[in-house]
Design a protein around this ligand. Sequence first.
Ligand code: 5GP
Ligand code: ZN
Length: 173
Amino acid sequence: MDDCIFCKIARREIAVKAVGMNDSAIAFLDINPVAPGHTVVITKKHAATLMDMNDADIASLFSLVRTATRQIKAGLKCDGFNIGLNQEKAGGQAIPHVHVHVIPRFDGDGGGSMHSIVRNPPKENIDAVYKKIKDAEPVKEQAPEPEPEQEAKPVEKEEDRTKKMLKDWELDL
Ligand code: 5GP
Ligand code: ZN
């Protein structure tokens, strides 16, 4: 997507402070952090929301969320995290390119939990809400795109690959 800011970051047209990377996702510091180490993890390929992604890309995205979280904790010695996505306008998504926020939390930082995002308890009982979801047309699983056939390559250690990718990224800034 030509005008998408996160696609521009993925194409290296906008510099970022990358904290982690894999073949299909990049983790970098948020330009307007709500906490020290606030990171966003994006897919390299454009997709507006999680609902538009295939299983393999979701697995890669969340694998990098895990690795970035561990890296941030190692560096900042934070006490916990909030990890989540703002999805669609009603969910507060400003940039329509899927991204996971990783927000480090520190004891006594004054922040809340996921429960503090919204206070809109249902006006009908839980059975009525459940029935609406259950009775909706079943959603089809999106099958992952088939992986292209590849020749066997020598296995490289994951840490070495990540270091190389980050180094390469720095050189281009
Ligand atoms: P959203 O509100 O869409 O969930 O969050 C988008 C996030 O991307 C915001 O927290 C914003 O600060 C961050 N962001 C927007 N543009 C840039 C940018 O050019 N560089 C970086 N590093 N972060 C950005
Ligand atoms: Zn995009």
